[in-house]
Design a protein around this ligand. Sequence first.
Ligand code: SF4
Ligand code: SF4
Length: 442
Amino acid sequence: MAKTFSGGIHPPECKKQTEDKPFIHFPISERLVCLMSQHIGIPAKPIVKKDDKVKRGQLIGEAPGIVSCAIHAPTSGTVVAVEPVVHPLGRKMDAVIIQPDGEDAWLEDLGKSRGKIKKLTAQEILKIIQEAGIAGMGGATFPSHVKLSPPKDKVIDTLVINGVECEPYLTCDHRLMLDFAEEIIKGTRLIQAILGVKEIHIGIEGNKPDAFAKLQEAASKEETKDIHVHLLKVKYPQGAEKQLIKAVLNRDVPAGGLPMDIGVVVHNVMTTYYIYRAVYFQEPMTERYLTITGDGVENPQNLCVRIGTPISKILEYARLKPGSKKIILGGPMMGIAQYSTDVPVTKGTSGILVLQDVADMEFENCIRCGACVDHCPMKLVPSELSITLQRGRVDLAEQYHLMDCMECGVCSYVCPAKRPIVHFVKLGKAQIMKQRKAKGAK
Ligand code: SF4
Ligand code: SF4
C-alpha cells in the first residue's frame, strides 16, 4: 500500500489542464514590481533609488536581519519608482519598480558557470544560498538559509525533498521534476553537504509516476546509493511538512514543534533546483516557474516568469474569460484570493488560479457531524476552534491548539454547514500574535 498519513481528503485533482504542458518562458513585462517582502520574516530594505540603472541579479533590497531575504533585480533596466504597492496579502508594502531596458544583461559574472563546485565548503554554499535570496518555493517562503542553519543542539540526520505538489490544479513542480531531475539531485547534494546528513528521501505523489521514474533514474546514476525516492498516496495535504515526514519516515513531529526537533529538514523540489542554479551558475532569484490555470482562462500553461511580473500581464496572455469570478494566488486549498490584478509575481507564487464558479459564502451553525475532526490531518477539533473563535474566545481556541492549525482547509472542505473555519483560524491567530507583540513590547 502507498505510504501516507492519517486524515486528509482527496479533492478533485484538476491537473489535466496543464500537466502535459511544458514550460514557456514568459516575455519580460515593460514594468517589473519587486516587492521587498516576498518571504517570511523582516522585509528587505530598498538600496536603490529612482533613476538608478540596474543589471539582472543586482542587489536592490538588502536583508536587514537573519530571518529575511535579499531581493535582486529580475532584469536590467532603470528604477522608475520606490514606493508602496498592493501586496498579494492585501496590504501595501514597499517595492522597487523597474523599467526593463530590453538587454536583460546580468551583473558582471552572474548567470555564468561558477566551476570548482567540489572545492566549496558547507559554509561557502550556505553563504551563496543566503546571498541569492532563496526562499521556500512550495508556498511557505521561509528563508532557505535559515532552514539550513539549525541550532547546534538539533542533530539533523535526514533530508526530505518535497515533490508532492498535492494542491489541486498546480503542475509546475511536476513539470520541473520531468525537465530537471538531474539538477534537482545536484541541488539535493548541495543541501546534503551543508547539513551533513546520511539519509535522503524524496516524496512524490502517486499521480506523477513519470516524475517518480525520472527522479529514480537520476538518483540511480549517483555513485552513492543514499537517495530513496518514494511514491506516496494521492491525498491532500500530503505535501505539508509534518504529513510528508510521517508518510516517508513514519516519524511524528511533536505538537508545536518543527521537523528539526526530530532530526529532519524538508525542502521543496523547486527550492532545491534554485539552490543548484545559485551555486552552479551564480544566479540570485530573478524568476520562478508557475502554473496559470482554472476554468476562467482559455489558455492554461506552465510558465517561467520573472519575479515582479504583474499578474494582469499573465492573465492577458492566458486569456481571461469574461465573467470569471475569482483569482487565487496558489492553489484552491491554501492559496490567497486577490482583489486586484495589479499584484506582482513573488518568490512564493506557485500558481494563478482563475475560477468561474464560486460557492456562496453563507454558512450555518455547526451540526456536530464530526467530519472535520475525522479528516483534520493535525488531529485538532476544528468544530470547537470555529465555534470558540466565532464567539471571540481566542483564549479558549488557544487551549484547543489553534496555533497548531496549518490552515490546510480540509475542515472547511468537508463541512456540510460550509463553516469558514480557516477564516476564523486566521483571524484568531492574528489576534494572538497582536497580543503577544503587545506583551513583548511592555
Ligand atoms: S485547517 Fe487546521 S483545523 Fe482545519 S483541517 Fe487543516 S489543520 Fe485541521
Ligand atoms: S464539519 Fe462542520 S458541521 Fe460538522 S462538526 Fe465540523 S464544523 Fe461542525
